[in-house]
Ligand binder design. Sequence first.
Ligand code: MV4
Length: 500
Amino acid sequence: MMFKKILIANRGEIAIRIARACRELGIRAVGVYSTVDENAHHLRYMDDTHWIGDSPPQASYLNISNVIDVAGRAGAQAIHPGYGFLAENSDFAKACEESGLVFIGPSSNALALVGDKVASRNTVQKVGVPIIPGMRTVGKDSSGFKKMAKKVGYPVIVKASMGGGGKGMRIVRTEKELEASIAAGQREAKSAFGDASVYLEKYIEKPRHIEFQVLRDHHGNVAHLFERECSIQRRHQKIIEETPSAALDDELRMNMGEAAKKVIEIAEYTNAGTVEFLLDENRNFYFLEVNARVQVEHPITEMVTGVDLVRQQIRIAAGDKINLSQASIKQRGHAIEARIYAEDPENNFLPCPGRILYLNEPSGPGIRVDSGIYQGWDVPPHYDPILSKLIVWAENRDVAIERMSNALKDYIVLGIKNNLGYLKRIMGTSKFTKGDYDTHFIDENEEELSIPKENIHVVLVAAALLAAEKKGVSVESGGTQVRRDTTPWQELGHWEICED
Ligand code: MV4
């Protein structure tokens, strides 16, 4: 039976995305908000809204009993957690199960399994999915780590078993660093995840990060929706994603897709899930982990396959069968997503909350904007500073890049610092346009991605040349060029209108 009412336990662009899917399915959407989010954009898309607690996430969007209480009071039959917050929390999924609410995601058991990296490695290895050579249990003493490091060969990597997102990770190049790296990894894992367990793997030097979208229903039907190339990351935060990946051919794509389905099946995982792989320079792929949620970058898969992933999540949770055969799912054209953040690329990507004084969002053929903001809104400092996502589709990669570059130029956010200029520079790098990149792209292209400091002088020279020309003086420009990607707005830096 399809739900009549769903509580959306999230905020921002993803809450709006889920509310749209509800509306199309004839389901009422219940929105929630913290104190600071009283005027947040997502509430305008809900049929009903409820306060769930104070501004800090722990008091509101992360507060399990508050969310469950509100769902009960609002008469919702199901909860969609979105991404982040409670999305991959098996205690929350369990609390939903115990209070008779449907958690729109996998079972709490499947969530617990994929949340444990060592257990996941062992499970998928049983069905022949390749894993990175390394330890099969969490390390007890340093002699076990030493033995495995010798066996697989340096460099190695120490990883948190109960974590993700790169926390607790340490790359180790020689045996004499090993002991200190284990201790550092354990300390970081303990403070980030409340569990100090770490294990060791061979370190893959220049991997691409490629993930496969999978759907599996409660009747055992499973299908993958191809890959997303997510190698353009900074400190484990993805910036640009695209599909198809330039690194795969049809055969490798098929093999990875089949492996992804095996992972989801052996984990008895239901709903939408993503299987992450590392692809090494010799085109060997290895299972990394399962992301048990709808992902930030899900729209690029929707654009090339035509499948509405959030609609599928809701249908699967309601007990419907996935009405898709593997053979019917095709990749058509090319899609790219850029994540727009309130952050300062010139100041170590420091989050920059504040008031949006002017907003113009791009539109046009093949352009999708999943936005969580509006002009006049104050971006609060309490949450992840993602503002919106710009997604483009085109018949091929070159046209998609051109379309993205132009759409980024039309995207204007004034009043708060943001990464729009930085994203435009990524589109202009030769490594990106060639599709020749791995997970080190951001670090290795730092120079090309930063605004040259002398640029302001170039602008002054250009102004002087123009002034001279007006006076009828003839001058030689000397071949200096003003970069096309710097605008007067960027040169101006932060500014605001003061009322007095
Ligand atoms: C690795 C790796 C290389 N070798 N494991 C990143 C987060 C977590 N999902 C696992 N990650 C990685 N695991 C082995 N054995 C490279 C990454 C990795 C990465 C590492 C450093 C800097 C950026 C990275 C981006 C993606 C993946």
